[in-house]
Design a protein around this ligand. Structure first.
Ligand SMILES: Nc1ncnc2c1ncn2[C@@H]1O[C@H](COP(=O)(O)OP(=O)(O)OP(=O)(O)O)[C@@H](O)[C@H]1O
Ligand SMILES: [Mg+2]
Length: 307
């Protein structure tokens, strides 16, 4: 396994005295999609900017394919494409010129065939001669992705790629991002959309108040922290949870017609079987039961709440 990015004890304190990053250590593997998840102000943009060399690191270091991004900035930066959170485009320029110009900024020779393919992949080919001001927000975001990929980087950073993008476009963008990964690009994205992390990421890092509180494979994260829920739909409404069920982690719906049991599938005590037994003994009848895995959203709220 090749390490694309290695970050050690990275700290960033802004001039204001605010410590936006507090001892971040993280390795990103070549070819993975890594999602950085965290609430507003957690430090996601600061971390990405620090790796890309836009924000000056206070202490610690970040290396890109072994090249220190401070002492060997140009080399480190050449591997990276960045789609910033804030869209900045030259309104009167055409899509074609903007993307080609970006490539030139990295000192790469013209490659018309590559840019054509890139615009086609991002469904922008029919807009190549349009001025940016005439494009929709979602199209502009795709132009930003095209700009970031114009110099054929090995690593793509996407800071909130779905902000302001509708559901359909978001799904098509996810497909395009996956296709990029298949072509060997390492992808790091930040997102507020849990669904996006759940759908896209191989690994997830949860960041809060400048600290990485968890870094885990998505599947492991969901398995180790994921509790299950059992919904029991009752025959008759209950006004409150009966004493006989007090040993269980239970909630009652507002209409009193369903009980929600939260349980850890790894521990049977107070789990489903004991609950069903107790229901029967308490003469509470249910029409139907349903189980569901708690979502990444529940896990996220749990983690951030506790840190
Ligand atoms: N240039 C700056 N000067 C001073 N403080 C800053 C600066 N940029 C960001 N901060 C502060 O650093 C913290 C982290 O900000 P950052 O933009 O990295 O958060 P974020 O996780 O990207 O949030 P969001 O989800 O809103 O994009 C915030 O408290 C923010 O106010
Ligand atoms: Mg941000």
């Amino acid at each position: 396994m090749t390490t694309a990015i290695s970050i050690r004890d990275l700290t960033k304190t802004y001039e204001s005295g605010h410590k936006a990053l507090d001892g971040i250590t993280l390795d990103i593997k070549r070819g993975e999609i890594f999602a950085l998840l965290g609430p507003n102000g957690a430090g996601k943009t600061t971390l990405i900017s620090a790796i890309c060399g836009i924000v000056k690191i206070t202490s610690g270091h970040a290396k890109v394919f072994g090249h220190d991004n401070t002492t060997n900035y140009r080399k480190a930066r050449s591997y990276i494409g960045l789609v910033p959170q804030e869209l900045t485009t030259d309104a009167f320029e055409t899509v074609w010129n903007t993307v080609n110009f970006s490539r030139g900024l990295f000192g790469k020779p013209k490659n018309v065939a590559y840019i054509e393919e890139l615009l086609k992949t991002l469904s922008l080919w029919d807009k190549k001669d349009s001025e940016l001001r005439t494009l929709s927000g979602g199209m502009k975001r795709r132009v930003m992705i095209a700009k970031a990929l114009s110099h054929e980087p090995d690593i793509l950073f996407l800071d909130e790629p779905s902000a302001g993008v509708d559901v359909e476009l978001r799904k098509s963008m996810w497909r395009q991002i996956r296709r990029l990964r298949e072509s060997g690009v390492t992808i790091i994205l930040t997102t507020h959309y849990i669904e996006e992390a759940e759908e896209m990421a191989d690994r997830i890092g949860v960041i809060n108040k400048g600290k990485l509180i968890v870094t885990e494979d998505k599947a492991t994260l969901m398995k180790s922290l994921g509790k299950k829920e059992l919904l029991a739909y009752l025959d008759k409404a209950l006004s409150s949870i009966p004493k006989s069920l007090s040993a269980f982690d239970l909630g009652l719906s507002n209409d009193g017609l369903s009980l929600v049991l939260t349980y850890d599938p790894a521990i049977e005590k107070n789990g489903v079987i004991a609950f069903m037994d107790t229901l029967k003994r308490s003469k509470i009848k249910c029409r139907d039961v349903e189980t569901r895995q708690s979502s990444l959203e529940d896990i996220f709220v749990q983690l951030v709440g506790a840190s």
